[in-house]
Design a protein around this ligand. Structure first.
Ligand code: HEM
Length: 170
């Protein structure tokens, strides 16, 4: 009889242990659930990596890589420069499909249309220059490439004056 009691007690203890540690692990408090959904929202936001802001940040990095390599006339960096130029092209093309916040906010429909067209035209100029730059680097025309990146820099400055919002000072 005592043996049966001990056996029943150990089975009970074993079952309680299993239910809290195995099945219990699946149970989450509301607080835990909330933290997890916030994490999911955050990673969704990260996936938005294609905003004009993010694209321009990449364009800024790749332009710097290309500019530095061209300035140093460093033939050993040619592959890196061409890779940066290929990225520039990809991100400039993606930027053409978007509209800057500053233009988005314009109330007057005609003015908004005009500014949107101008923005796309200027991104078009950027894309043409990227294509020209690739040809110059392919041909090892370092001086020609340098003249071009300088003019791309001043085109960037003018475009930023038109299309960047005041507090986005880059
Ligand atoms: C070589 C050419 C260019 C480079 C290296 C460049 C680089 C950059 C950088 C680094 C930013 C700042 C991103 C940040 O806020 O952290 C930026 C923002 C911006 N750029 Fe450019 N850019 C170039 C050409 C252009 C052109 C041609 C246009 C327009 C036609 C343009 C429009 C904008 C706009 C609208 C923003 C603000 C984006 C936002 O934060 O919403 N950029 N650019």
């Amino acid at each position: 009889m005592i043996r049966i009691l001990i056996l029943n007690l150990s089975t009970f203890l074993l079952l309680s242990f299993v239910s809290t540690n195995v099945f219990g692990a699946e149970e989450k408090t509301d607080g835990e659930k909330k933290t997890e959904s916030t994490k999911e929202e955050k990673s969704d936001k990260k996936k938005e990596g294609d905003s004009l802001h993010d694209l321009m940040e990449s364009i800024g990095d790749d332009f710097k890589t290309a500019y530095k390599g061209i300035k140093a006339k460093d033939a050993t960096k040619k592959a890196d420069i061409l890779k940066a130029i290929a990225n520039l092209k990809k991100n400039a093309e993606a930027s053409k499909k978007l509209v800057p916040h500053k233009v988005e906010k314009i109330k007057d429909a005609d003015e908004k249309k005009k500014q949107t067209e101008d923005y796309k035209k200027q991104i078009g100029v950027l894309i043409e220059n990227i294509d020209k730059l690739k040809k110059k680097v392919d041909a090892d025309d370092w001086d020609g490439a340098m003249t071009l990146v300088k003019s791309m820099s001043s085109h960037k400055k003018k475009s930023h004056e038109k299309f960047e919002e005041e507090d986005e000072d880059h």
